[in-house]
Design a protein. Structure first.
Length: 128
């Protein structure tokens, strides 16, 4: 009998010289996204994508609004902002449990987030 992989996606990359693990699992009503440089979970944020459409906008473009709530671990406005940025590139209508744990908090900048984003957009279950 063939065995099923433990997660939908599990892979590691070097981000700014640090071993960075990416884990994704899609459940019936939630999606789990873990990005960690510690080989463990450091925090959890629950993210709900509240999409709305403003009929007065040209071409009826939709805007994404994220409700982010810290559920586990240390709270950080920088991590919350980074997750908010990364969520713009994830196609997920259900709640996302997001863990972002980086060894160097001062590296929470656009360059680092773009490197993480470049990995996330390649993960099939998260593609837009």
């Amino acid at each position: 009998m063939p065995t099923k992989e433990a997660f939908d996606y599990l892979e590691a990359f070097e981000i700014n010289g640090e071993h960075t693990e990416f884990v994704v699992q899609k459940f019936t009503n939630k999606t789990l996204v873990i990005v960690s440089q510690f080989k463990k979970i450091g925090n959890f944020y629950a993210v709900k994508n509240q999409v709305f459409s403003d009929p007065s906008m040209l071409a009826g473009r939709s805007t994404q609004i994220f409700d982010i709530r810290q559920k586990f671990g240390a709270s950080s406005i920088d991590i919350e902002g980074a997750i908010r940025y990364l969520m713009n590139f994830i196609d997920c209508s259900q709640e996302v449990l997001f863990s972002l744990s980086l060894k160097n908090p001062e590296e929470i900048d656009k360059d680092t987030m773009d490197k993480i984003k470049d990995v996330l957009i390649q993960i099939p279950v998260l593609r837009k």
